[in-house]
Design a protein around this ligand. Structure first.
Ligand code: ADP
Ligand code: MG
Length: 316
């Protein structure tokens, strides 16, 4: 039997769905997704096997606002259930856009979104230090009322703009649905999975249970790429790649780099914790865990990034 084409996991950054200056209407998100889908469909049409992971920062924030503001009419859902809602909504528009683009090209591949849970460790130190702000801004009075109802929440002042809920961002350990995803990919389906970093769950005896947290999507993409034995992890964002001295006069794009050298830069603290840091960490982990190539590139350069001629190309 001929060897199957290698698998590529594509991690889509926030701007693939919503650009920074946009409001977040359905139409805006739909249009952005359609143009991303056009690029991905071209690659699928050329025979690439892909799994798509996407972020959900603005969307889960909006979902939490809907639940919080509607609480006098219907009970709000917990954060992990909000995460599941965003996977469904975003999976739906990515899936539909890809189906349309593939049928234009007369490619008969199936496209499916998998609602994905990602296991975290309940003893992860991140649970003691919630760091990720999400959802609406509250006044002090609103905060006090909320805390009386839900003493488990952490709501802190966010840079002078009001009070905001902080949630933990624990390290992803394993993708619960990885085997199902692998079966779909082996069958040549295009899969959308681990949306928003996956729904965070912990194991309680022999049961899984959702937990209030938001997992980084780049680190979750690495877990998935590793467990389904992907060859490439391609992280797409809104900059050309990884820079040293980013934002300074002498910033320099790292175009081809070994894992060791990238690790040395990371150890020196060259990459910011909330943005480039996790991408670099995901790239390094993937290569350490058996991956062949990690790429961090601009979304608009997807085709060239896959060919090896754009972005930061990292190999062992
Ligand atoms: P995404 O939605 O794709 O995850 P992020 O905002 O989390 O996007 O990360 C991409 C951002 O990382 C860039 O827009 C850039 O401002 C920032 N960044 C921080 N440090 C670096 C660096 N060393 N090289 C390139 N970009 C960097
Ligand atoms: Mg990010």
């Amino acid at each position: 039997m001929p060897r199957q084409t290698p698998i590529t996991v594509l991690a889509l950054g926030g701007n693939a769905i919503l650009q920074r200056k946009q409001q977040g209407t359905f139409d805006e998100q739909y249009e952005n997704v359609r143009s991303t889908a056009t690029q991905i469909a071209t690659l699928v049409d050329q025979g690439l096997r892909v799994v798509i992971v996407h972020g959900n920062g603005p969307q889960i924030g909006a979902t939490v606002i809907r639940h919080e503001m509607g609480r006098t009419k219907v009970p709000p859902l917990p954060l992990h259930a909000c995460g599941a809602e965003t996977q469904g909504f975003l999976g739906y528009i990515i899936q539909q856009s890809l189906q349309d683009e593939l049928s234009k090209r007369q490619t008969s591949k199936a496209v499916a979104t998998v609602v994905t849970q990602v296991l975290v460790d309940r003893n992860d130190p991140a649970f003691k230090h919630p760091s990720k702000p999400i959802g609406p801004f509250y006044t002090k009075a609103q905060r006090d009322t909320l805390l009386r109802e839900r003493s488990d929440l952490v709501i802190e002042e966010d840079s002078g703009r009001g009070y905001r809920r902080l949630v933990p961002s624990p390290d992803p350990k394993a993708v619960i649905e990885d085997e199902a995803i692998r079966v779909l990919v082996d069958d040549e389906s295009v899969v959308i999975a681990c949306g928003g970093g996956g729904i965070p769950v912990i194991r309680q005896g022999n049961r899984l249970q959702g937990i209030e947290a938001v997992i980084d999507k780049d680190l979750a993409a690495e877990r998935l790429a590793t467990s389904i034995h992907a060859e490439n992890l391609v992280i797409l964002t809104d900059v050309e790649g990884v820079y040293t001295n980013y934002g300074k006069q002498d910033q320099h794009l790292l175009s081809k780099i070994s894992r060791d050298e990238l690790e040395r830069y990371a150890k020196k603290g060259s990459f910011s914790a909330g943005s480039m840091g996790p991408k670099v960490e995901a790239a390094i982990r993937f290569l350490r865990n058996g991956g062949k190539r990690s790429v961090i590139a601009n979304l608009g350069d997807l085709g060239r990034a896959i060919k090896g001629s754009a972005g930061t190309q990292v190999t062992n």
